[in-house]
Design a protein around this ligand. Structure first.
Ligand code: GLU
Length: 510
């Protein structure tokens, strides 16, 4: 593929949905695979839906995720500006071109008149209730008014919009790279507004004009835009740009985990998982949503998870670095069917990627999780804790949850183990073990092992019987990381003190 130029074109209408991050990722992968260009265009022509802070949020999200922009907002480039609200004259020029060629027209209908049209058509049980080839000649527009009337209305500042004059009964065909051939009869498309009365273009005009001017080779976007694609095809034709038309690829929807319906923020809130990449405080509703980042997801894990939502490599391999994804990604392996969003899979990815992090990196996570608890930990101990917990954590903040007992002696103990396994033998074993510990200097794993075996021989109690009660005495829990390492990390004094405390708490007559 030559000159791959793709764009991510979000509207700053709120936080970036996780589906938007997937769209950006797929665009980015295609660009990188072909040595192409990834463009960020901000589609902010709908002033009513503009949300302050949303654009900054989009930029920060992409940056955090590692989706690099080559050209666009925040970066600049040969087609600047990349914010549509700053490109008004460009759209005006093309709208004018369409008017001059009789492919678009001015319309002066008020809201009330439009409503009256719909009511009239409804009462006539007309199958065609839209502003289009069947109705436009009954409305107030430059097709029905005289040229001088039109001119005087415009000159006097009357509000107007510019509508596309969609021809009736024409077959519009497009080949979507994911969905294959899509056919639509033009009579199904209404005379879409191209320019609004505030002088701003609508999404459709701005999107097509910019994709053309920015030399976009592939439009990769969510399935919700598929219904707009035939209109866009018509616009390319009317503007004389059919040859330069980009390829289209409409990505499958993200579905709830059970496959029943579209994934929504409400579902995510209900199930308690994030749907936005970063924390977001909605400036209008004041509602606060915690992001993937703040929930402890690693960007590389999230991207790997998102890559598989609607795409697969055709092999069993599930872990792909960004570099590998760039190599193997292909549009023709994207599915037509909706992709189930299973947060457990995202957690699994996070766990896998956390395991791959170096001990130094994990130590930073551990220290971060200790900070709010005001817990101090020396470097060697921190490093060892990370080593034993590495296989057990899903999120960086789990280091505290799962490793708390390294810092705070337990005060409650697993009931089941105590009632079933804490008996005279346990007490005998642990007392002897404490004596052995008292007579040693080192609590290195090898030394502990030897001491346990020595205790086992001396008391004639099998080690297998003792491991769980010993763990409970030291940690309060029935399961946890490697016990020898746990003892090594706790150290001689602390181990003795915890066992002594448990023995005092659960006395058994021997
Ligand atoms: N501005 C549209 C959105 O917010 C972009 C659609 C497109 O990529 O064409 O999703």
């Amino acid at each position: 593929m030559k000159n791959v130029r793709v764009r991510f074109a979000p509207s700053p209408t709120g936080a970036l949905h996780i589906g938007g991050v997937r769209t950006a990722l797929y665009n980015f992968l295609l660009a990188r695979q072909h040595g192409g260009t990834m463009i960020l265009r901000i589609e902010d022509t709908d002033q009513n839906r503009f949300v302050p802070g949303a654009e900054e949020y989009i930029l920060e999200s992409l940056k955090w995720a590692g989706i690099e922009i080559d050209e666009g907002v925040g970066k600049g480039g040969p087609h600047a500006p990349y914010r549509q609200s700053e490109r008004k004259p460009i759209y005006q020029k093309y709208a004018q071109q369409l008017i001059d060629q009789g492919k678009a027209y001015y319309a002066f209908d008020t809201e009330e008149e439009l409503e009256a049209m719909r009511e009239r058509l409804k009462s006539q049980h007309s199958s065609d209730q839209q502003y289009g080839s069947g109705t436009r000649m009954q409305m107030k527009n430059s097709l029905t008014l005289s040229e001088s009337d039109v001119k005087s209305k415009i000159d006097s500042g009357e509000h107007y919009v510019i509508r596309l004059k969609v021809p009736p009964n024409e077959e519009i065909k497009l080949t979507d790279l994911i969905r294959g051939e899509v056919h639509v009869n033009s009579s199904q498309i209404d005379d879409k507004v191209l320019m609004k009365s505030d002088g701003m273009p609508t999404y459709h005009l701005a999107n097509v004009v910019d994709d053309y001017l920015m030399k976009i080779s592939h439009v990769i976007r969510g399935e919700e835009w598929l219904p707009s694609a035939p209109l866009h095809i018509l616009l390319y034709k009317f503007l004389g740009w059919e040859k330069e038309r980009p390829h289209f690829a409409h990505l499958p929807l993200l579905l709830k985990a059970d496959g029943n319906g579209k994934l929504s923020k409400r579902d995510a809130d209900k199930a308690g998982f994030p749907i936005f990449p970063l924390n977001w405080a909605d400036p209008k509703t004041k509602e606060f949503s915690k992001g993937f980042r703040e929930n402890g997801y690693l960007p590389e894990a999230l991207l790997n998870f998102l890559a598989f939502l609607g795409w697969n490599p055709g092999t069993e391999q599930e872990i792909f670095s960004m570099k590998e994804l760039i190599q193997v990604f292909s549009l023709d392996r994207i599915s037509k069917h909706g992709a189930r969003f299973d947060i457990h899979k995202a957690q699994w990815y996070n766990q896998q990627y956390l395991k791959k992090r170096s001990n130094e990196e994990l130590t930073v996570f551990l220290y971060n999780s200790l900070k709010p608890e005001n817990v101090i930990c020396e470097a060697e101990k921190a490093s060892k804790i990370c080593e034993v917990l590495q296989e057990r954590v899903t999120f960086p903040q789990d280091f505290w949850q799962q490793g708390k007992f390294f810092f705070i002696a337990p005060t409650s103990f697993d009931h089941q183990v105590i009632s079933k396994k804490w008996n005279a033998e346990t007490v005998k074993f642990l007392k002897t073990f404490v004596d052995c510990l008292n007579s040693t200097e080192s609590t290195k794993v090898s030394e502990i092992k030897a001491l346990l075996e020595k205790t086992s021989q001396a008391t004639e109690i099998a080690l297998g019987k003792i491991m769980q009660p010993l763990r409970v005495a030291l940690t309060g829990e029935s399961s946890g990381p490697d016990l020898m390492m746990t003892i090594e990390i706790l150290g001689q004094k602390e181990t003795i003190s915890r066992i002594t405390y448990a023995l005092a708490n659960f006395p058994v007559k021997i």
